[in-house]
Design a protein around this ligand. Sequence first.
Ligand SMILES: [Zn+2]
Length: 351
Amino acid sequence: MKEKVDYAYKVTQFCQQYIDKGEGINILDLYNYLCWLERSQLDKWKSGHAQLLGNLIHVGQKKQRHVIRHFIELTKPFQYFFSKSSTVSLVRGIVPYEIGDLIPELQEQLFRIYLPTTMTERKKANLEKKLAKASEFRFFTHTGKTENCIKCKRSFKRKELYYEDNYDRYCLNCIGYNDLILLPCGDATRSRRAKKYSARFAEVMEYNPRSRRYERRGILVEAKAIELADASCLKDADSRAKCRKKAYHERQLEDVEYIFQFSRAIRKQFPLCPVEEVYEISKHATERNSGRVGRTAAAKEFNQDMIRLAVIAYIRHKHTPYDRILASGTSKDYARKKIMPIVKEKLKAWS
Ligand SMILES: [Zn+2]
């Protein structure tokens, strides 16, 4: 006999999970939870790169109705409320979402997001901002293949910006964005302010063949927005420089404190390690942005294995011919194996 699925229980579980996280829920998240709709397909559809939503749902209408009924009932006792402004935008970019054949009950729920009453105002505001952002434009640079704008049929020049929607490419002229100016990346404050002052803006992405992905080049904004942003940046340049300096000093103090703590942890584990060397190891391992073992989360909790690794790395470079062996062209594994006895001996001597 086929096992009967207790959907009421499953929907309850789903809602509870999101309440614990304090996040908003949408019916499509539930469909995904029930394995009726794959997340990757859903994301593809949302970004305009998939067929009609109706074709992606693998379940009969009767089951859908049953579950939606539970969903609506359950959002009430769970104190979810539906905020008018937190609807998923029906229009993404310039092409509207295509939903295809869906049951009316689903269509009604489709663009609603239920928020828990426990959600803080700040979190709510952030969520609404994020939802509004979904329809933000993104432009890409054309890399050279012969291709035409879907609307005016003109072929793109090399490096020309285009907008892509549903696999169709549009030139900036055809979507009314050709009067905007590129503000390159680099000054975060300037970009953020220009974006704020510009009624229309878009992100510009460029394909980097070396990393094989699109990278952010800057934003397109109105010319007057750049002027306003520059004026406002000039106005508070002094106070911003002061803030940066203060933050720098704070970081330095933090570093000193961390080196001190790290040294203490080394001394606890290796009490016979000479004081100057303890300092050397700590300073090297904990250096900011170095990606070394001292910057890992485990090391920040002074995990014994991490401390040991930091000490081993130091011994390797300072007390063994490791670097010389490596320079002669052997593999890392071989070089490490070869110096292992010296490292072990040192660790024993310091313990
Ligand atoms: Zn065009």
